[in-house]
Design a binder for this molecule. Structure first.
Ligand code: SUD
Ligand code: ADP
Length: 277
């Protein structure tokens, strides 16, 4: 029996401005979504009943991969059920889009498994009904995101960032963070371009940091720990947290920081990558 498998990559929000709210209460964003080189392994095959098995992590609420399958069925009509196997490597409730990426992989793999011939646009539309971040993982290209995060402009920045991701042992619920989110919004950027994205990456912010700190004070400590590492030039939170990241002046200093943090904070999840954008 055919089994298809892929890596469901994680993302980081290098900056995130909340610029308003739409009629449904969703927040409008301007953010640069960067695709990372780490991810979950997800496999799919035809089965007698719809089922999702998750290794390395307990998903207490309904698995979003199942929701993604149901969203395809809502679009194309009834399909033979599938079994989805996910080996979780992306930390959960961490602002790295793990669940959203699993959902997008499910849509892509089901499209291939059942020869549905859905276009990228169709898959992105299905993805949007599953979650605001899911369309990004259909395209899997680093991009400048607006709207709820689904309007994606792939922008090549021609920069390499020595990036260290650091997640403290605390999880953050996205919906709760948005509920506590800012009441005064950041004005829209004057232009959406590679130049403005680079400026925001080096000198910008993440507007979800303040609400995340109310829910998860260890995020503040983590931001300080990252900022104090030799060579760190930017220390910021990704998405709704709790993962923070540091951008370093060079690769060696970032790798040294990874070594230091792994030794000093064994309960933190850390990942180093030279991010080519
Ligand atoms: C904050 C971000 C930044 O990339 O990432 P994560 O921290 O989740 O990784 C995203 O906006 C998370 O998007 P996603 O996780 O897909 O959110 P959804 O499932 O669509 O929505 C969960 C809840 O968050 C709120 N929500 C989400 C997106 C948005 N632009 N405005 C919102 O207000 C809504 O209350 C919604 O009910
Ligand atoms: N396949 C999945 N992977 C991760 N989390 C999932 C999945 N399905 C449902 N969830 C639930 O979605 C919530 C957010 O998870 P996740 O996508 O990892 O975080 P974030 O939105 O911060 O990037 C968690 O509470 C988790 O229980």
């Amino acid at each position: 029996m055919t089994q298809l498998e892929e890596i469901a990559f994680a993302k980081v929000n290098l900056f995130l401005n909340v610029t308003g709210r739409d009629e449904q209460g969703y927040h409008l964003l301007e953010s640069y979504f960067a695709l990372l080189n780490c991810g979950d392994i997800i496999a799919i095959k035809e089965s007698l009943a719809l089922n999702c098995i998750t290794e390395n992590a307990e998903i207490r609420e309904g698995n979003i991969a199942l929701k993604a399958f149901e969203a395809i069925e809502a679009y194309v009509g009834t399909l033979k059920p599938v079994e989805i196997l996910i080996k979780k490597k992306i930390p959960i409730a961490a602002g790295m889009g793990g669940g959203s990426s699993n959902a997008a992989s499910t849509i892509r793999l089901v499209n291939t498994l059942y020869n549905l011939n859905l276009s990228m646009k169709e898959m992105a539309d299905i993805a949007y009904n599953v979650g605001a971040d899911v369309p990004f993982f259909i395209y899997n290209n680093s991009a400048f995101a607006t709207g709820r995060g689904e309007k994606l402009l792939p922008l090549k920045l021609n920069i390499s960032l020595p990036l260290l991701l650091v997640k403290p042992p605390v999880n953050v619920n996205t919906k709760e963070v948005y509920k506590l989110s800012v009441k005064s919004f950041t004005p829209n950027l004057e232009e959406i371009s590679a130049k403005s994205a680079i400026e925001q990456i080096y000198y910008g912010k993440n507007d979800l940091t303040a609400p995340a700190l109310i829910i998860a004070p260890p995020v503040s400590v983590t931001l300080d720990i990252v900022a104090k590492q030799t060579g760190c030039i930017v220390s910021r939170m990704s998405g709704s947290g709790s993962t923070c990241f540091g951008i370093f002046s060079d690769e060696e200093k970032a790798k040294q920081a990874l070594y230091n943090l792994n030794r000093t904070y064994p309960k933190f999840w850390c990942h180093y990558q030279l991010l080519e954008l």
